[in-house]
Ligand binder design. Sequence first.
Ligand SMILES: Nc1ncnc2c1ncn2[C@@H]1O[C@H](COP(=O)(O)OP(=O)(O)OP(=O)(O)O)[C@@H](O)[C@H]1O
Ligand SMILES: [Mg+2]
Length: 248
Amino acid sequence: MSALLEVRGLRKSYGALAVTDGVDLDAVPGEIHALIGPNGAGKTTLISLIAGEVRPDGGTIRLAGTDVTHLPVHRRAQAGLARSFQITSVVPGFSARENVALALQGASGPSFRLLPMPGAERRRGEEAKALLARVGLADRAERPAAVLSHGEKRALELAMALALKPRLLLLDEPMAGTGPDEGRAMVDLIARLKADCAILLVEHDMDAVFRLADRVSVLVAGRVIASGAPEEVRADPAVRAAYLGDEA
Ligand SMILES: Nc1ncnc2c1ncn2[C@@H]1O[C@H](COP(=O)(O)OP(=O)(O)OP(=O)(O)O)[C@@H](O)[C@H]1O
Ligand SMILES: [Mg+2]
């Protein structure tokens, strides 16, 4: 299957520090590709490079065959890329439904109409409710985002990301800060989302990674030291030494 995302020779340095040091990475439709590695390995930087929030020093990023290396964030979104919204982008005083409707409105692009489209708002409301149902928040639609639990807020962020109808979803530590029950719910939710879009998942929770991932890549000091099926990567001596070793 041809790759949805093709990262080749990607480089980014901060001063003398090569944070992304010649990275090759693929994502294919229908798969969850997990990116793991120790703190400071450059995982978030790589996600930000792919999303277009950080400019690379070299290398290329192709999305569904299109070179997006130098395209701004919104053009990548149009090409099918979404990064999970951060909690800070959720409007606390708005209901869950209103937040998703806002994301849907943003996804439809800037409107230069002088008059509102009849029915557009109601349609967005319906679509927002459907997205909330998709992430298990059907019964939270009318609650202010501020009163949602941490796990529910993370699910809301996912619904907002899905509003962009991505072909590839970038998730940076979706399990962070969730309790055991919420963490399990998030794993189940991500497993379900795989039916909608490919996912590049950065996650420290190894149980979650090995339950979800079709493919695992290990990033250490800005370089991919191993990439393959979860069991291959788990058994790789270099990976055990560099990363999993401290858990074994
Ligand atoms: N804007 C920046 N300016 C300077 N250095 C940066 C910047 N962003 C990241 N770094 C450095 O780049 C390295 C990689 O950071 P990054 O956040 O990508 O790691 P990470 O793998 O996501 O780590 P963690 O697992 O802790 O989230 C770190 O040494 C970090 O201090
Ligand atoms: Mg990070």
